[in-house]
Design a protein around this ligand. Sequence first.
Ligand code: MRU
Length: 367
Amino acid sequence: MRIDGRAYRTIWQTEDGAEDGAVAIIDQTRLPHDFAVARLTTLEDAAHAIRAMLVRGAPLIGATAAWGVALAMRADPSDSGLERACATLLATRPTAVNLRWALDRLRARLAGLPESERAAVAAGEAAAVADEDVAINRAIGGHGAALIRAAFERKGGGGPVNILTHCNAGWLATVDWGTALAPVYVAVEEGIPLHVWVDETRPRNQGASLTAWELNRHGVPHTIIADNVGGHLMQHGKVDLCIVGTDRTTATGDVCNKIGTYLKALAAHDNGVPFYVGLPSPTIDWGMSDGVREIPIEERDGREVTDLTGRTADGRIETVRLTPDGSPVANFGFDVTPARLVTGLITERGVCPASRAGLLGLFPERG
Ligand code: MRU
């Protein structure tokens, strides 16, 4: 994606990276008020970037973990160094399965290699993970754009297609393109008129701060709404389809995504609004079949609920408290939308029903 005329990915090896292996990321904790690039040079830098959400979004977490292993191999390419790197990175965030997927991939690639080769091979594999993510998401974009086109034709020229999305599953959540938003970007390229309803996504406001920022930069018509608004819009025919991302989807099609996604799926079901999920294959957990019972749900610091950070009129970034001192807080990061509420999964290989049979139809090698 382009920012001020320059093409960016969300993570890349720096020009001097051949010397110290440095990797650059966009620091997403500074958006939307400040566009800042941060440099990662150690395993601890990569782990911190994931844990503190300088990078976030399932595919980008996976890509950062892959680069984290590459950085670790420069310092300690021994077997115990590899295991320590994987354990450190795996402990950063529990829900997005792309993290485990990337670490398993790097571990398998490096196993049995001489220590002298590991750093270079790990860097090559991390770059491949990133490149493949871009290709996967572009393909999701093509398949999803066909759904948007079909919705536009169903409207018979009755205005733009209104798409509701939750959290940020755009290019900032991936290496490029996004998952839920890739169809939007491809549809815009194809000239299909559309408009995106952007859920603010409390408590961290990834919709209001990140999705809105990237749609704005790309010139995509959009409107930020409070999290509770979607059901009302659907009742009044103002949403043609929902497209969300996912952090882990079971082999049976249960979709774990940012907290609040389930409520949007319920409202969509009640109002006959199609509910689609942009699903890159590294986000499928083929070993799980009951999302509600099996997927680990991240619980985060209560300050994300009690406090709000924003820019004051004179340009300072400040954090203020919303809640009474002493009131207890719970902060669950994700929820699970059962497969029965999902109209279709948009994968890089095409769109399928949210079911084991549907997924195996596209990924028969997993049967
Ligand atoms: O807590 P986050 O910001 O990492 O959560 C991100 C999401 O839930 C996204 O919707 C998800 O990763 C979709 S994949 C691009």
